[in-house]
Design a protein around this ligand. Sequence first.
Ligand SMILES: [Zn+2]
Ligand SMILES: [Zn+2]
Ligand SMILES: [Zn+2]
Length: 335
Amino acid sequence: MRDFKCPHCGQLSAFELSKCNGCMQPLIFDPENMAMIGAESALECVNRNIIGCNWCAVSTTSYCMSCSLTHVIPATQNPRNVALWKRVEEAKRRLIYDLRRLRVPIAFAGGFRLAFEILSDEHGPVLTGHESGLITLNLAEADDVQREIRRVSFREPYRTLLGHFRHEIGHFYWNALIHEAGFRAPFRLVFGDETENYQAALAYYYARQDWSCDPASHISMYATSHPWEDWAETFAHFLHIVSTLDSLAGLPLSLDARGTHTLNDPYLESDFGALLELWTPLALTINRLNRSLGLADAYPFDISPAVEGKLHLVHMAITAFRNRQGNAHTTPMMC
Ligand SMILES: [Zn+2]
Ligand SMILES: [Zn+2]
Ligand SMILES: [Zn+2]
């Protein structure tokens, strides 16, 4: 994601900022026009004063496009819940931004639409997951200590709020991009047979004793549990890649003409090979930079030829879907 111009002084501001660091004027993000606007141009989301949401309210409600998708929030009498919910919504706004850039809808004919519930596990276990358009997130995932405990106990190299959202949204789009789009045969060829009993596969995965995973065939260990989880994991990685390349586009780097063209809009790049050609050295670079700072790798994954094939199918399915929808709905580029 690139920075956005302050409408008052022109200084570049990060996506999350509610106030310009240059002129100190309030900033509101308008997801319809993908731009920062001034407080005089729009109403603020009602959650701005509660959790620092910096998006504008949509005309039909006092909530913004992102907050209005959250149907259940944790109990706000508990200040810790509010602090964690703030982090959740911040990650979720990045996800909604990704979807706007990909030009994929959040609601489909027939009533299938995206919604979220953010639940605290104070009163019982909460499973993060997706069911018929509803994404449930355990609030504890916003607690750094709790999330790190889970990450280590599940032996995962990477666990973030944004990663959760980008995974669950992959489940949300499977139906439209694969099932209803005539992509089932290639899906099964690349990811395997999704009719395999899902609940049984997950139970088997969590009960397993053998924790080894062949990185040549799957992007993560969890991706081995079932073809649907493999798809969701791969979909998340596709979003990691295009979003990070988009951030790269705003940095002062010299690139050849093809690279410059790809970075013009990685979300809409039609050449999958060009995306990976830029991503591979970038992933290596950010990992090496992190190591120099004493940090763990930012992208602790290998993209094997098999995983590359899966990512390519995600790219094809999104592109084909967008082409079917036509280009009538266009999203303006940001500055
Ligand atoms: Zn400013
Ligand atoms: Zn909001
Ligand atoms: Zn999943």
